[in-house]
Design a protein around this ligand. Structure first.
Ligand SMILES: NC(=O)c1ccc[n+]([C@@H]2O[C@H](COP(=O)([O-])OP(=O)(O)OC[C@H]3O[C@@H](n4cnc5c(N)ncnc54)[C@H](O)[C@@H]3O)[C@@H](O)[C@H]2O)c1
Length: 274
């Protein structure tokens, strides 16, 4: 039985921009409610670099299995083809998972079912968008239309094989250009590291008619996400002008803050919003 003073044990997989940001915040601001008991990165230098910035020592784990064993809640913040497998491993061990790579969890009914059976949570932060609270509520009735328009500067989109396949040279784009329009499955497949927010909207809305548009321009300063929704509840438009993470231009700073807030709500037991 956990006492009132119990601190939730957090294991962090992935010590990049998001994993490190969350770990440092926990030590500084959430230390009454939780503690980082394990960190792991496939690149040991990343894990050691994060360890050097934390007060709590001896927490670099040799593998994911050991990390899972020593935590109550695993934070997933990796860019990997094995993401879903790692999340499943934690759920099988009856551990709650806070997953940042939401795009990897589309079509994961079986995993969600397993979490329900194992009485653990899968926590999916809103990420770098506003309006997920309203989308969840609106989804209880009919959503007639829902779209996401994402605007990112070319450097934030680089590295996606999609552009080569389509013959698009991002360096040659001089004005605002639509580079992708389609459904969420195709968006997530073609932009695995860029469009987690699309997956979050898809899971929150369960809308079949959800459309995604991606635009770029060398004149954009940061990542902007615009959500438009119309349904039985009325109409909603949200626009988030994000500042990129200093350590990773592909991730928005709000995504780190959103991950931290989700963790805080889980550890303190106070859930605000829908
Ligand atoms: N939900 C959202 O709104 C949102 C927003 C931004 C980023 N993300 C996602 O969060 C994830 C992390 O983002 P980031 O900015 O911290 O990325 P990052 O590139 O800064 O860090 C990722 C880290 O994961 C490590 N890694 C890769 N494969 C691994 C594995 N199999 N096991 C352990 N470590 C592994 C890398 O070495 C790296 O240190 C990405 O998948 C990204 O797509 C989600």
């Amino acid at each position: 039985m956990k006492t009132a003073n119990y601190k939730v044990k957090i294991g962090i997989v992935g010590c990049g921009a998001i994993g490190s940001g969350i770990a440092k915040y926990i030590e500084k601001n959430l230390n009454k409610d939780c503690k980082v008991t394990g960190i792991f990165d496939i690149d040991i230098r990343q894990a050691r670099a994060l360890q050097a910035k934390l007060k709590r020592k001896g927490i670099v784990k040799k593998d994911v299995t050991t990390l899972i064993k020593h935590c109550d809640c695993m934070i997933e913040a990796i860019n990997s083809t094995t993401t879903k497998k790692i999340i499943k491993q934690a759920i099988e061990a009856k551990k709650t998972v806070l997953a940042m790579s939401v795009g990897k969890l589309l079509n994961s009914r079986n995993l969600f079912k397993l979490a329900r059976e194992n009485k653990c949570y899968i926590l999916l932060p809103s990420g770098a968008i506003a309006g997920v609270d309203a989308i969840k509520a609106a989804s209880l009735k009919k959503i007639k239309k829902i779209t996401l328009t994402t605007r990112k500067p070319p450097q934030g989109l680089k590295g996606n094989p999609y552009f080569e396949k389509q013959g698009i040279d991002l360096d040659k784009i001089k004005k605002e250009t639509v580079v992708f329009e389609g459904d969420v499955a195709s968006a997530v497949k073609n932009f695995p590291q860029n469009i987690n927010v699309a997956a979050t909207i898809a899971l929150a809305s369960e809308a079949k008619n959800f459309k995604v548009k991606i635009m770029t321009s060398p004149h954009y300063k940061g990542n902007t996400h615009e959500v438009e929704m119309e349904g039985d509840f009325g109409r909603m438009t949200t626009r988030t002008d994000n500042i990129a993470c200093p350590d990773n231009p592909k991730s928005s700073y709000l995504a780190v803050l959103s991950g931290i807030q989700t963790l805080k709500q889980y550890c303190t037991g106070i859930l605000i919003g829908t």
